[in-house]
Design a protein around this ligand. Sequence first.
Ligand code: PLP
Length: 404
Amino acid sequence: MAFDIARARAAYPALGEGFRHFDAAAGSLVAEPVAQAVDAVYRGAVANRSDAFAPGRRAIGIVADARRAVADLLGADPAGVVFGNSATSLVYLVARTLGQSWGPGDEVVVSRLDHDSNVRPWVQVAEEQGATVRWAEFDPATGELPTWQYKDLVNDRTRLVAVTAGSNAIGTRPDVPAIAAIAHAAGALVFVDGVHATPHQPTDVAALGADFYVTSAYKWSGPHLAACAADPALWAGMFPAKLRPSSDAVPERFEFGTPSFASLAGVTAAVDHLAGLDPAATGSRRERLLTSLAAVRDYEAELFARLVDGLAAIDGVSLCPAPADRCPTVSFRVGSTHPAETSKALGDAGICAFAGDYYAWEYFHTMGLRDSGGAVRAGIYHYTTAEDVDVLLDAVRALAKQAA
Ligand SMILES: Cc1ncc(COP(=O)(O)O)c(C=O)c1O
C-alpha cells in the first residue's frame, strides 16, 4: 500500500508553521500523541516512584511501559533497556564501565564514519586505560565503510568494536552484521550507534549482532531522551560508579537519579506512533513497527532518490559520495559558498537544513572539509513531501546560479 503522507503529516502540529524540514537528522518534529502523553504526566499526580500509592505506582508503570516500547522498537529485551539523557551520555557510561577492565595490550576499534559520540568516549577511555585504539576507515570515493578491513583490525586482543548503523553525515549503512560476526569470532563486544538509523528502517538488534544498541527518541518523533539496549546478562556483569542507596538491579543500576517520567511517557507514545504509521499494519506492536518502518523506508527511499538525483543535476553542486542504499541523508556544497551561508540562505527561504560537521568530526576531517565549514545536510523524514523536495531543489538551483 502507498504510504499515506497526508495522514502521517496530520500527526505533526508543528508542520503548521510552514517550514520545509530537512533537519530531522538533527532532531525530528514531535508527534502530537507524544506531546499529549508528556502533557498528561505533567498535569497528573505523578511525582516519583512508590509502591505505596497510586500515583507512585503510575510512575513505576510509566518506566516499565517505556522499556517495553523501546524493546519492541529494537527487537530487544525490556529488562535490558537502559535510559539516559542522551546517546552521548550513554556511550560514555558504557565506555567508562566496560573500560574499567581494559589495560595495556587491549584494543578497541572505532570508525571514522561515526558521529563523535561513538568515537571519542572509546578513544578517551582507551587512552586512560593504556589500551590501543584502531581505526576503521571509510572510502572517501564511495562513502562505504569496507567490511574487509575489520579482519585486519580485529584480533584476540580486541575488547570492543564501535560502529554506526547509519552515518548522520552521508547516510551510509555499514554491514553491521558482518562486522559484528568478525568481532564476535574474536570475542569482542559490538557497540552500535543506531541514533541516525532507527527512524528510517526496521531494527532488529539480534540480526545486527549488536551487543549494545543506542538510540535517541528525539530523532524519531519523541522527546529528548535516549536508550541503550543490551542483554540483561551483559549489563549484570558491569558495575558503574553509583550512589549507595540507588538500586543495584539491572537496568536501574545504570540510571542515575530520578528519571523524567513525562519524557518516558513520551517515548512510549512515540513508539506507538511509529507503529501506527502504516494503518494497515496488524499484529503485536513489534509486528506493526516492522511493517510501518518498512513502509517508511520505502517511502523515504523514493523521495530521497528524487532529492539526490535533483541535487546531482545542478551545475556547481557537489555531493559527498555515498552508497546508493543508505539512510535518506545527503551532504552537499553549493559552489565555493560557505555551507553556513547556504544554510542561512535556505533558512531565509523557510527551509531548515543544517550546515557544519554535525559532530561527524572524523568524517569531515578526513574529507578535508571540516575546516572550511563541513557541508549542508538534507535529510528525508516520513513527513517530507515531494513538494518539499522540489522547493529545496529550486532554492539550491537559484543559489548555485548566484554562486556561478
Ligand atoms: C549518529 C548519531 N549518533 C549520536 C548522536 C548523539 O545523540 P545525542 O544527542 O542523543 O547524544 C547523534 C546526534 O545527532 C547522531 O546523529
